[in-house]
Design a protein around this ligand. Structure first.
Ligand SMILES: Nc1ncnc2c1ncn2[C@@H]1O[C@H](COP(=O)(O)OP(=O)(O)OP(=O)(O)O)[C@@H](O)[C@H]1O
Length: 591
């Protein structure tokens, strides 16, 4: 890692100088391998130790998890006499997805290794309720949870003790709200009491018999009005970390005459502005500066061939490549996963069929919200440990997940909101490491680049031609000079043909392709607001879309049922006077 990068990411102080217990600092060094705190940890830990409510807005992969876990463990360690399981839950970490739940729990487990009396645990959708109930009955000191399942236990598990709860942490707060958990969060806060008197006693110690004080923390790599609402609801006089203070104060002074009287305290005033500032909706996002960001302009019908070619090229360039590919729907993930795992290839037609080899040589995993919990868990663990692999996923993997050494993020389907772009690419270039991101765009979609530009995200063009020219072609090299467009490139034509004939002989795969085609169009029509201007289904050639799923058939055949459904839905919406919204057509998957 370059020296400059290290300075941007890491602080110059030590963990112990932040006030953390020596035993915890040893644990961070020996068990986790962390020598010094990151910048965000150095800023956040002392504030949490001081008992203040906090709102943290920092780039992806900068160590936010330790920033809140370490000071909480420090506090719990100070309880005298020691806390015991029977006293129930002291800290609650709310996360949007199951994988993030497992990930935070795993970190906790490591950190608590030598503090055996502080018990970590998790509850989340997809797990056995009765097993969770019995774990809650025994007592969990630090509980990591997804909102739906937590609410379920708050309502139905009488043995769940939370009378001593002191901390509520919202990790990836904006995603929790985007997934539509707002109502659940309000109910949860109702059960637990939304905001209480923060602050600790003067000697900074706690008695397990004293009245629990409440301290809430909210963390997010991106901010929006919903986060602002949650912050106002749950945080009391918070310290804001990572928020662009210059912009905030300029904006405040501009508006102060009009607003101060009606809004009240300065902090609430700042929170009010947070969601409205250019900082949140228009201006720059926090992106790792070392991240290489590019886009590739691909005609619709050649998308699949180009994706496969780029993946193969990445694999050939470097033996250990970990790539994450984002798709818009679960069906698309399933189809591409089956295809990439099964597709075999022999570039020279004269060679015997049985000598075909796997087109992609590395292991392919899939992850989306419709999978069984066991499959999700296997993928999560498998992709983490593999040295070279491809993960095909939906946005369920976009937030917070910390897969080590991811080298490249490919956004095969556009992310929509720019904040989603930021979280997706944030799965690479973590903690100052290297990383590349590649965004697929069709020629009709290139205006999306301007949308990203508004947020300070600018992308360079990927050298596609150079990559496809590098593939071997039997007896056709002379044609390369003559081709006029990507879709007419001999390599593209040859591979497309092979894919189509492969699919036509595999009926199960072909059905998956049809399902994926339909759901892809549905997701495409569901882009929201401004983006509808860029991603217009009317501009698509459905025959080319079909080709991008390896289908030869015309969309009237494969997409017939979809078109009928689509027309029906439009008619119904018209009758109800509704406008179509992305959420109503393609609901985001919940964790
Ligand atoms: N002080 C440290 N020194 C070295 N590595 C660290 C340190 N703190 C955290 N890390 C590592 O940095 C990586 C990113 O941490 P983490 O997942 O907490 O980031 P994040 O800011 O929450 O990211 P995101 O916004 O994507 O959720 C993890 O692999 C973690 O183990």
């Amino acid at each position: 890692m370059a020296k400059k990068k290290q300075e941007e990411i890491f602080a110059t102080c030590s963990f112990s100088s932040l006030g953390l217990l020596p035993a915890l600092c040893d644990q961070l060094r020996d068990k986790m391998g962390f020598q010094v705190p990151t910048q965000v940890q150095a800023k956040t830990i002392p504030v949490v130790l001081a008992g203040r409510h906090v709102l943290v807005n920092a780039a992806t992969g900068t160590g936010k998890t330790i920033a809140y876990l370490a000071p909480i463990i420090h506090h719990l360690h100070l309880y005298h006499p020691r806390i015991d399981r029977a006293a129930g839950t002291y800290a609650l970490v709310l996360v949007p997805t199951r994988e993030l739940c497992l990930q935070v729990h795993e970190i906790l487990h490591k950190l608590l290794h030598r503090f055996f009396w502080i018990v970590p645990g998790y509850v989340m959708g997809g797990e056995s309720r009765s097993k969770e109930k019995s774990r809650l009955r025994k007592g969990i000191s630090i509980l990591v949870a997804t909102p739906g399942r937590l609410l379920d236990h708050l309502k139905n598990t009488t043995s769940f003790v939370h009378a001593n709860l002191r901390w509520i942490i919202f990790d990836e707060a904006d995603r929790i709200l985007e997934l539509g958990y707002g109502k659940e969060i309000e109910e949860i806060l109702g059960f637990l009491g939304s905001r209480k008197d923060g602050g600790v006693s003067e000697d900074n110690t706690f008695s397990k018999h004293s009245k629990p004080q409440r301290q809430n923390l909210l963390l997010s790599a991106t901010l929006n009005e919903k986060v602002n609402h949650l912050a106002k609801m749950s945080l009391e006089n918070p310290v804001m970390i990572g928020i662009d203070e210059t912009k905030l104060s300029t904006e405040l002074s501009k508006r102060s005459v009009k607003h101060l009287k009606s809004i009240g305290s300065n902090v609430d005033d700042e929170l009010e502005l947070l969601g409205k500032l250019p900082n949140c909706s228009e201006a720059d996002y926090n992106l790792p500066t070392q991240l290489i960001q590019r886009y590739v302009k691909v005609p619709c019908g050649s998308r699949l061939v180009i994706l496969l070619s780029i993946l193969r090229n990445l694999n050939e360039m470097e033996a250990s490549q970990k790539v994450v590919v984002f798709f818009s729907t679960c069906d698309a993930v399933d189809f591409h996963h089956s295809l990439f795992s099964e597709f075999e290839w022999q570039s020279d037609p004269k060679i015997e069929l049985h000598q075909k080899k796997a087109f992609l040589k590395c292991k392919t995993f899939r992850l989306h919200g419709n999978m069984e919990q066991e499959g999700r868990r296997t993928t999560f663990q498998g992709f983490k440990t593999e040295k070279s692999a491809i993960l095909l996923c939906t946005d369920v993997a976009a937030r917070g997940l910390d897969f080590p050494n991811v080298t490249c993020i490919i956004q095969y389907d556009s992310p929509g909101e720019a904040s989603e772009y930021v979280h997706r690419v944030g799965r690479t270039a973590r903690i100052g490491g290297k990383g590349e991101a590649l965004l697929f765009l069709q020629p009709v979609e290139v205006d999306y680049l301007q949308d990203l530009q508004k947020h300070g995200v600018s992308l360079k063009e990927y050298p596609l031609l150079k990559v496809i020219d590098s593939f071997p072609l039997s007896n056709q090299r002379h044609l390369i000079k003559k081709f006029i467009s990507i879709e007419m490139h001999p390599w593209v034509l040859t591979l497309q043909k092979s894919l189509e004939s492969f699919l036509s002989s595999e009926s199960k795969l072909k059905q998956q392709a049809k399902d994926a085609f339909c759901s892809w169009i549905r997701a495409y029509t569901a882009h929201r607001g401004e983006l509808k201007r860029i991603f217009m289904v009317k501009k698509l050639h459905l025959g080319h879309v079909a080709k991008s799923f390896g289908l030869r058939d015309q969309p009237s055949l494969v997409g017939g049922s979809f078109q009928t459904q689509f027309k029906k839905r439009k008619k119904e919406q018209k009758q109800r006077g509704q406008t179509k919204r992305r959420k109503s057509l393609g609901k985001p998957e919940r964790g």
